[in-house]
Design a protein. Structure first.
Length: 157
C-alpha cells in the first residue's frame, strides 16, 4: 500500500516536524509513504474572494501533479469517521484496486473545489478548527492507528 500526504505549506516548529517524522518512521513498517509539501500562495492581509479563489486554483494545479489513487481531501464539509471506520476505508481502498491513498491538507483558505470533486472521500477531523500544522500531525497519527487496527496491533485501544 502507498500512502501520499500532500500539504500546502511547510512545518515551522521543530516539535511538529519531530512528531511527523516519528509517525512517518512508524508507517514505514506498513506502507510506502510520500510527503509532498507544496508552496502556499501568498495573499494580501485582507484578500478578496477573487484573490482567494485564484490562490486555491493555483494550489490545486500543484496538488494535481501528485494526487492519485483513492483521493481524500481534508475539508470541513467532509465526513467525520471514527478511527476504525478510517481503517476500514483504507483497507477497502486497497482491496478495490487502489494501491495508493492520497490525503490532501490545503491552505488556511481550504482546497480548490476541483480538487475536492476529485475526492473519493471528503474527510473532516472535527467540527472544531485546528491549525493546519497540527492537523498534519493528527492525520499522520490516525493513518498510523488505521494500519495498527488493520494488522491487529496493540496501539489502538
Amino acid at each position: 500500500m502507498n500512502i501520499k500526504l500532500i500539504v500546502i505549506g511547510k512545518l515551522k516548529e521543530d516539535y511538529l516536524r519531530n512528531a511527523c517524522a516519528e509517525y512517518i518512521k512508524r508507517l514505514g513498517r506498513y506502507c510506502t509513504f510520500e510527503l509532498h509539501e507544496l508552496d502556499e500562495c501568498r495573499l494580501s492581509d485582507s484578500p478578496s474572494e477573487k484573490e482567494i479563489a485564484a490562490a486555491l486554483k493555483k494550489e490545486g494545479e500543484q496538488i494535481k501533479r501528485y494526487a492519485s489513487g483513492y483521493i481524500v481531501p481534508m475539508c470541513i464539509e467532509g465526513r467525520q469517521l471514527s478511527s476504525p471506520e478510517l481503517a476500514e476505508k483504507i483497507a477497502s481502498a486497497g482491496v478495490s484496486g487502489n494501491s495508493t491513498v492520497t490525503f490532501i491538507i490545503g491552505s488556511s483558505f481550504g482546497i480548490d473545489p476541483e480538487i475536492k470533486a476529485m475526492g473519493s472521500l471528503k474527510l473532516s477531523m472535527s467540527k472544531m478548527t485546528f491549525p493546519h500544522q497540527l492537523a498534519r500531525v493528527m492525520l499522520l497519527e490516525q493513518i498510523y492507528r488505521a494500519f495498527q487496527i488493520n494488522t491487529g496491533g496493540k496501539y489502538h485501544k
